[in-house]
Ligand binder design. Structure first.
Ligand code: SF4
Length: 314
């Protein structure tokens, strides 16, 4: 059952972390998990990580221009880089106020490793939590024991001064029913500042693994999760969901991303998603909406009678 739709544009909620204040550097393209929703699983083998020369260039550029407050170290699983603490130290020495890593969090199960990263200057941790329980999470990551390690990692970080954690849960056919439970499962974490919910996009014109869930099925779970996370004092960001369907919760939609520095060969793959498709696009006033993508339309159609164009600004 779809709740009544908001026929006005909902302003974006105040953001705790502004995408424009961060630059994202892809420093590693290997992973020791095989998540079924991995958006770069086909390209991970040939995408080239940024070189140390490029890393230093970004540091020097930012030291001179102060364009960004924070550096995000990412790629596939950046904790597999042995020199990760050294990269963080260099970034802090060069003046970055924050260094964040994006991680599946397994290695954080070691409290000594967490301490090493924190002491090196990594103060923000964006951790993938794919589901609310070990059985589902481990099935998604295809790694038995991964949920317990990731949870232990988040709890280790929760005990460390100066640390902020963020989580992301990718919304797929397998995970969407658990979104509110994920919020509750992480309810004890004091340092968890933000929960993200990224609606899966397949980097393809099709959905070969049948992972895309219908927006109409996802909607009540997603809205409950948004409200639950906010009730716990978290900020929330939702990506790739139709703005008009979210009603009063549309202020959680945030499709802005930090400046991404990545192998240029990534972009043709990304463009295969074909975002921004909607039968109402020409006259809809939504400014943050990515509409539907090619694989979604192929699977579920246009939802022309459910999506409601928002008024344009006067
Ligand atoms: S572009 Fe389409 S999906 Fe997005 S808000 Fe407008 S009508 Fe809804």
């Amino acid at each position: 059952m779809v709740e009544p739709i908001t026929l006005y544009r909902k302003a974006r909620a105040p953001r705790r972390f502004l995408a424009a204040e961060y630059v994202e550097l892809t420093m590693h393209f290997q992973c020791n998990l095989k998540c079924e929703h991995c958006m770069i699983e086909d390209s991970m083998g040939w995408l080239k990580p940024e070189s140390m020369e490029r890393f230093e260039q970004i540091l020097q550029r930012n030291a001179a221009q102060r364009t960004w407050k924070g550096l995000i170290l990412t790629g596939s699983e950046v904790t597999l880089r042995r020199d990760l603490p050294e990269l963080a130290r260099r970034a802090r020495e060069a003046g970055f106020e924050h260094v964040r890593i994006q991680t599946h969090g397994m290695k954080l199960a070691s409290v000594e490793y967490c301490r090493e990263l924190v002491e090196a200057g990594i103060d923000q941790y964006f951790v993938s939590v794919t589901a609310a329980d070990a059985r589902t999470h481990d099935a998604i990551t295809t790694m038995p024991g991964s949920f317990d390690k990731t949870m232990r990692g988040l709890e280790n970080l929760d005990g460390m001064e100066g640390v902020t954690t963020l989580t992301n849960t990718v919304i797929t056919e397998r995970s969407y029913r658990q979104l509110p439970d994920v919020v509750q499962r992480l309810g004890h974490l004091r340092r968890l500042a933000q929960m993200d919910f990224w609606n899966f996009w397949p980097m393809s014109e099709q959905d070969p693994k049948d992972l895309i869930a219908s927006h109409l099925d996802v909607l009540p779970y997603l809205r409950e999760a948004i409200r639950g996370a906010r009730a716990l004092g978290r900020s929330v960001e939702v990506k790739n969901f139709p703005e008009c369907l979210l009603g009063e919760d549309a202020d959680a939609l945030e499709n802005e991303q930090p400046k991404l520095i990545i192998d240029p060969d990534f972009w043709p793959e990304f463009m295969r998603n074909g975002f921004h498709q909607c039968v109402h696009r020409d006259y809809c006033g939504a400014r943050r909406c990515l509409g539907l993508n090619t694989a979604y339309v192929g699977k579920y159609g246009w939802h022309a009678d459910v999506l409601v164009p928002l008024p344009k600004e006067e």
